[in-house]
Design a protein around this ligand. Structure first.
Ligand code: NAP
Length: 243
């Protein structure tokens, strides 16, 4: 896909990894719809930065834990520039709770944001994506490919994202490609201590934690890889290979 001039919606695009991806797509000349939930300030700041460089961008707020909000986000994103070519499902929650600590409300919240919202965003945007021969990129997680006891529902939601990627790739072909990226540790939570960071790096075959740039490279590759669909690209410094 040629990116320049196309329209991209990045969920959770105001901060952290979502922001790095949104900035990279804007730098490729894409017209950006930046979705945010609580980060209204950073979203507006990013829109301002993109416009200052001559690009086009809008910010749309929506709580993706609420069904009606997902539909509204899709509608407003379609209206912003007349359609959507690229959907990046990045918004996510990452609570550290094991199976025995997870109550029903937490389960429902995690599954709503991490899996249900991406499913219905794909569904609502499918007609436009088909018409424009678009691409969906789902942010999966190494936690959905391995069994991380401390992140039970999160890992299950991300395993679901991997399966959603394959199912949607099959259903929406040949017009739409659907791919995923499963990062390992590329941008740890802000409250992770030095010791834990060192331990993570030491236990990674490539002996470092990744960076948002590593994920951006995967994103740009997948958007341009016109014969790739239904695949999840693991960007984890070799952690999965280690088992
Ligand atoms: N960082 C990593 O090392 C890593 C590793 C593996 C996978 N991933 C995946 O990569 C993606 C981005 O990672 P990240 O670390 O940047 O994520 P993050 O820090 O957990 O960011 C959360 C993002 O999700 C949005 N969000 C949270 N709850 C929401 C809700 N109820 N409604 C709408 N949006 C909501 C937040 O928006 P607001 O700030 O506007 O509220 C924020 O943009 C995620 O899918 C994550 O699972 C990341």
């Amino acid at each position: 896909m040629e990116l320049n001039g196309k329209v991209a919606l990045v969920t959770g695009g105001a901060v952290r990894l979502g922001r790095a991806m949104a900035e990279a797509l804007a730098a490729e000349g894409m017209r950006m719809v930046i979705h945010y939930n609580s980060s209204a300030g950073p979203a507006e700041e990013l829109v301002g930065e993109i416009r200052a460089r001559g690009g086009e961008a809008v910010a749309i707020g929506a709580d993706l834990a609420r069904g009606g909000e997902v539909e509204r986000l899709a509608r407003e994103a379609l209206a912003a520039f007349g359609g959507v070519d690229v959907l990046v499902n990045s918004a996510s929650v990452f609570p550290q709770e094991g199976l025995e600590e997870t109550d029903e409300a937490l389960w429902e919240h995690i599954l709503a944001v991490n899996l249900k919202a991406p499913f219905f965003l794909i569904r609502h945007l499918a007609p436009s994506l088909r018409e424009r021969r678009g691409v969906v990129v789902n942010m999966a997680d190494l936690a959905g490919l391995q069994t991380w006891a401390r992140y039970a529902a999160h890992g299950i939601s991300k395993a679901g994202i991997a399966h959603l990627t394959r199912v949607a790739a099959r259903v929406l072909a040949p017009e739409v490609r659907v791919v995923g990226i499963a990062p390992g540790a590329v941008l740890p939570p802000d409250d992770m201590g030095e010791a834990e960071l060192d331990r993570l790096a030491a236990s990674t075959p490539l002996r470092r934690i990744g960076s948002p740039g590593d994920v951006v490279e995967a994103l740009l590759y997948l958007l341009r890889a016109d014969f790739v669909t239904g695949e999840i690209l693991v960007v984890d410094g070799g952690r999965r290979a280690k088992g």
